[in-house]
Design a protein around this ligand. Structure first.
Ligand SMILES: *Cc1c(COP(=O)(O)O)cnc(C)c1O
Length: 404
């Protein structure tokens, strides 16, 4: 065997010894609360899913499938090139104009730029704005794509503890940097809690800093019209740089950055993950316009209300279970979003529990270090507006059985 294969084989064995092996499972059919998923034996069975980020249940909405087909008929398949060469279409432009209008009340002179994924958008923003004259203040629980963006940046990097405004203030006070960039998830992806954005923005104003907000899990979900965390807190400032993703609540794929026009102009000139990648399919950009319409109108409003009802039902049920069984030592994270983590503790324990749930036909992913801190392995339960009350009740009943 070659040395590379031996080397990797040893690493794989070390990963397995810590109960950290991740594995792929292929789903058949559309995304939804019930999906046919192939098991290790290659046989598909229907599972009740509590794991997708399709919070509004739009991924399988017939209007999106229809809009995609319509977009494909109008624009064909691929974009053929990066945005700056020839991949930018009127569909991308319409999407960007609509998003810029959405955030005009929150960011003066807002302009939007579309990206093929949120990962790319985060690399673009941090890599381009985080130059050698900048210092980035990065929240401890930020998503991996923001962390990788910080790694790409030439800026000095300072980390502050989870929602620790006191520590952040001290770091800002001590900073000598001309450009200060605070960067945070709006909704923390493994915890479900919401960043104290009004307080963070106040610090940005006080210390001449800028606030970069990754609203991957708030977009479509938070705010009366689903415009996310900026709408929820009614934030207004030219110091805001918003990143939203379109593969979660929006039900398709892609991402966007909205910011003051000089910032988006600069990203077009300098952001490598914008410039050196093929533009997303125009058909997707076209269908995303339908997705935005669904998000802000009555359907979106109903589905957001439904999500809140499901969250309450789940939290009440789990709280009752934890009260009956305090010796389990589990903790329900304080979350007001569809991300509802149940913190179990050990890696092996959480994987045993996830496997027991799967035996009963439920898919709830176990999340382990390094995605979450050691000793805080958890079931990351996510809710979708198209779950039924009975689905949540079944999850509660199966959890109860798994520990009795
Ligand atoms: C999912 C996610 C991303 C990445 O977005 P993709 O479009 O999936 O690449 C970025 N940030 C956060 C917080 C996320 O949860």
């Amino acid at each position: 065997m070659s040395s590379l294969i031996e080397h990797l084989d040893a690493k794989l064995r070390a990963i397995a010894a810590q109960d950290l092996t991740r594995s792929l499972r292929a789903a058949e059919g559309p995304t939804g609360p019930r999906q046919r998923v192939r098991g290790a034996d290659g046989l598909a069975r229907e599972l009740l899913m509590f794991c997708s980020n399709d919070y509004l249940g739009l991924a399988a909405h017939p209007r999106l499938a229809h809009a995609l087909a319509e977009g494909a008929a109008a624009y064909g398949g691929g974009s053929g090139a990066s945005h700056l060469i020839s991949g930018h279409s009127v569909a991308h432009e319409r999407l960007e104009d609509t998003l810029a209008a959405w955030y005009a009340p929150h960011i003066p002179r807002a302009r939007a730029l579309s990206f093929s994924t949120g990962y790319m958008a985060n690399l673009a923003v941090l890599g381009a704005l985080g130059d050698a004259e900048a210092e980035i203040f990065s929240e401890a629980l930020n998503h991996a794509s923001l962390i990788d963006g910080c790694r790409l940046a030439k800026a000095k990097l300072s980390r502050y503890g989870h929602c620790d405004l006191v520590q952040l203030r001290g770091l800002l006070q001590a900073s000598q940097a001309r450009i200060k960039l605070i960067v945070t998830d709006a909704v923390f992806s493994m915890d479900g809690d919401i960043a104290p954005l009004p307080e963070l923005l106040a610090l940005a104003e006080e210390f001449d800093a800028w606030l970069i907000v990754d609203d991957a899990h708030g977009f479509g979900v938070l705010g009366a019209k689903g415009r996310g965390a900026l709408e929820l807190f009614d934030l207004k400032s030219e110091r805001l740089v918003l990143i939203g993703t379109l593969g979660k609540a929006a039900g398709l794929s892609g991402a966007f950055v909205v910011a003051e026009a000089t910032i988006t102009d600069y990203l077009v000139q300098a952001a490598r993950s914008y410039i050196f990648t093929t533009a997303s399919l125009p058909a997707v950009a076209h269908a995303l316009l339908t997705s935005l319409e669904l998000i802000e109108n009555e359907l979106g409003q109903q589905r957001r209300a439904r999500l809140r009802a499901l969250q309450r039902r789940l939290r009440t049920g789990i709280a009752a279970l934890l009260q009956r069984r305090p010796e389990l030592g589990w903790k329900l994270a304080p979350s007001e979003t569809p991300v509802q983590p149940l913190i179990i503790g050990g890696n092996a324990e959480v994987m045993r529990l996830a496997a027991a749930l799967e035996q009963e036909g439920l898919r709830v992913p176990g999340i382990r270090p390094p995605t979450v801190p050691k000793g805080e392995a958890r079931l990351r339960i996510t809710l979708c507006a198209t779950h039924e009350d009975a689905d949540v009740d079944r999850l509660l009943a199966v959890l109860e059985r798994a520990v009795s």
